[in-house]
Design a protein around this ligand. Sequence first.
Ligand code: IPE
Ligand code: IPE
Ligand code: MG
Length: 242
Amino acid sequence: MAKAKTLPTHVAVVMDGNGRWASKRLLPRTVGHRQGAKASRKIIEACLKKNIKYLTLFAFSSENWKRPQEEVRTLMELFLSSLENDAETLYQQGIKVRFIGGRTQFSAQLCELIEKTERLTEGNDRMLLSIAIDYSGRWDLMQASKQLCKQAHLLNLNVDELDEAALEKYLSTYPLPDPDLFIRTGGEQRISNFLIWQLAYTELYFSDTLWPDFDAKDLELALASYTIRKRRYGLVPEQIET
Ligand code: IPE
Ligand code: IPE
Ligand code: MG
């Protein structure tokens, strides 16, 4: 039987549980988000140490815009200050950063900082860190489909000849391989509109730990769980062995 013996190449994380972490301590949810940002930094470092090549973090979903204005404002400020403080460190660590999701709703200042960080880290290749902000899996499929339709029209392509690879080229994660391991913290067992196309054959791991408490040891548990998974992709075990 084929085991996922090695470590995952691509890890995707839904960093959930900041609000509950704060509420448990009778603190405002925003404090939980600040603490969550610290956890993100530590997990990025832990993944670097593990030589994880691709790390994709879900930081803010398109649905999260509908949260109370005050919380959204704090989150945007937090993205801004995190980028201001951490861009240089990420660069020094050899990390290439890119942002996936819509860009039309951010302040000009945040947009500039996002572009500046992407430009600064462009030449790095130790790890590709994708940060999903204003991201939704359905949005990604829609924008990719629209681009593909336009291209097909422009080049007079035969629609019946289009295949999955043709669409994948326009997904915001391209050219990354699909995630091998999906981690969601905070106890909920759902995808919440994250990488719906890309997760088709990803191994799912759910942790009850709230994101601000998720540390290198919790990551180890997730990775250990991955290494004993048997990935079959619809085949029978004998086929996988050969
Ligand atoms: C995840 O934590 C961070 C974002 C969605 C921005 P939550 O804020 O969803 O925390 P819980 O799930 O309410 O505890
Ligand atoms: C998913 O968490 C989005 C992020 C972690 C950024 P949510 O807290 O928004 O998801 P639901 O509402 O529990 O499905
Ligand atoms: Mg949540």
